[in-house]
Design a protein around this ligand. Structure first.
Ligand SMILES: Nc1ncnc2c1ncn2[C@@H]1O[C@H](COP(=O)(O)OP(=O)(O)O)[C@@H](O)[C@H]1O
Ligand SMILES: N[C@@H](CC(=O)OP(=O)(O)O)C(=O)O
Length: 454
């Protein structure tokens, strides 16, 4: 039995839903289908999830919701109309969104999550209805009834262990289960969503729960490429990669698959295949536990912005017992997690994700580090990007870091931070955001083009 997840691009329009139905019909083992909310139909289009976030803001600020609600409903109306689904399903979807708008606004985050989840929930109902109209035995599955239990962490929930056993019952169903991605419920019944892009996580959880033979992730590209195809022209295709390579690459910019989606599949050794809804015959990229290493040490290069560095220096920091703990305690008090901590004798930098910082938090951190830790210098810079080279073969390749730093030097950009060694499969460079794209292109040339490779 396979779990097949279809991303927003696969559910963006009626022609896309037709392709999804054809894919489901061609393989009887595709019994559990996870769907995202309708995504972009063209580059400048707006994803339904983003329309729902705007709808939520309008409602929370007391504005007229008619227009933003209309934009959401129109997306489903157009799809249902072109698929000749009749008024019934459309009424269900429209009244579902109206219902969600009447939820309690006392907790704005929960209110927004309720609306966002409606994107996936109604997408699942729409697809189930379409498959039924084609004569298929498909059934919408409610994540609450099916037992997808999440942590009580708004907008960034993760799965609770009891979910797996509860969800395993899905394997016994005769019908094709159509399961909405992206959200679940806490043990006390409060709706929570994963991070953005989190329908991939739902798919992986279901694959682990039913011990699927394969977790297929259908999107709008033939495979995972060695670099983001929106930045590098015609990057090479990755046919096979390991879980940890994909985890590192998706952590820093390979938006094609959510980094948190690997763990559930990995724990059950379920292979993951990234495939294209628009070209389902292409083999796609297989993500597995082990692979044969090619001659090329680097499998992929990713880059992501949105990082800050908290730089702290203090003479004789290396001799001060507990300095690191006290610094991290200050971050913990502000509910901030960190990504990397490169350090020297008298200084260290803590790399953070920007979204965790606010001006008030920054001011408190700077003040406490200066006064409680008696730092000589402390400052925060918020315009960093991480560029990450990833490959199982990198660890044993002599001279690889030198090639990378030479390539970066050719761009004229400065390397602000290097992190090598903690992970066996990655080499991380902290650079200024303004240099990110040119560095990515040059590194790609260095490691993947015939001109520079040796
Ligand atoms: N290295 C990469 N390989 C393939 N696609 C990538 C890569 N990096 C970024 N992407 C982007 O990821 C997109 C697919 O992910 P996403 O937009 O989330 O699709 P979906 O809505 O189907 O889940 C591709 O269209 C591509 O632009
Ligand atoms: N719809 C949600 C969840 C998701 O996974 O979407 P997609 O499959 O389009 O990346 C989002 O936009 O974040």
């Amino acid at each position: 039995m396979k779990v097949s997840k279809f991303g927003g691009t696969s559910l963006a329009s009626a022609p896309q839903l037709k392709k999804v139905a054809a894919i489901i019909q061609t393989d009887k083992s595709r019994k559990i289908i996870v769907v995202s909310a309708p995504g972009k139909r063209f580059d400048t289009d707006i994803k339904v999830t983003d329309l729902l976030i705007s709808l939520s803001s309008a409602a929370l600020s007391g504005e007229d919701v008619e227009k933003p609600l209309g934009l959401v409903v129109e997306r489903y109306k157009q799809i249902a109309g072109e698929l000749n689904l009749g008024q019934g399903i459309l009424k269900t979807i429209e009244s579902d969104f109206i219902d969600r708008l009447s939820y309690d606004m006392a907790n704005p985050v929960l209110f927004t999550d309720q609306l966002k989840a409606g994107g996936e929930d109604n997408s699942a109902k729409l697809l189930a209805s379409y498959l039924n109209s084609l004569g298929l035995n498909a059934e919408y599955v409610n994540p609450s009834e099916a037992g997808l239990v999440l942590t009580d962490f708004p907008q960034r929930a993760s799965v609770m262990p009891q979910s797996y056993e509860r969800l395993s019952c899905l394997a016994a169903k005769d019908s094709i289960s159509i399961f909405p991605g992206f959200f679940g419920f806490t043990e006390s019944g409060v709706l929570r969503t994963f991070e953005r892009g989190g329908s991939d996580i739902t798919g992986s959880i279901l694959a682990a729960a039913i011990k699927a033979e394969l977790y297929e992730n259908f999107t709008d590209v033939d495979c995972v490429f060695a670099a983001n195809p929106k930045i590098v022209d015609n990057p090479i295709e990755i046919q096979q990669m390991t879980y940890r390579e994909m985890r590192e690459l998706s952590y820093a910019g390979f938006s094609v698959f959510h980094d948190e989606a690997l763990m559930p599949a990995f724990k059950q050794s379920i292979p993951v295949c990234i495939k294209n809804t628009n070209n389902p015959d292409a083999p796609g990229t297989m993500i597995v536990a082990d692979r044969q290493y090619s001659k090329r040490p680097v499998t992929g290069i990713s880059a992501d912005s949105g990082f800050s560095t908290l730089y702290v220096s203090k003479y004789l920091m290396n001799r001060e017992i507990g300095f690191g703990r006290k610094l991290l305690q200050i971050l913990e008090d502000e509910e901030i997690s960190y990504e990397h901590i490169p350090s020297g004798i008298d200084n260290l930098s803590v790399i953070l994700r920007n979204h965790q910082l606010t001006p008030a938090k920054e001011a408190r951190i700077l003040d406490r580090v200066k006064h409680e830790l008696e730092a000589d210098d402390v400052h925060i810079r918020g315009d960093f990007s991480m560029v990450v080279l990833v490959g199982e073969g990198m660890h044993n390749t002599v001279g690889l870091a030198a090639r990378a730093t030479d390539a970066i030097a050719r761009t004229g950009a400065n390397i602000e931070m290097i992190n090598q060694g903690s992970s066996e499969v990655s080499l991380v460079f902290g650079v200024l955001k303004q240099d990110e794209k040119k560095i990515l292109k040059e590194l790609y040339k260095e490691f993947f083009s015939a001109v520079y490779s040796y």
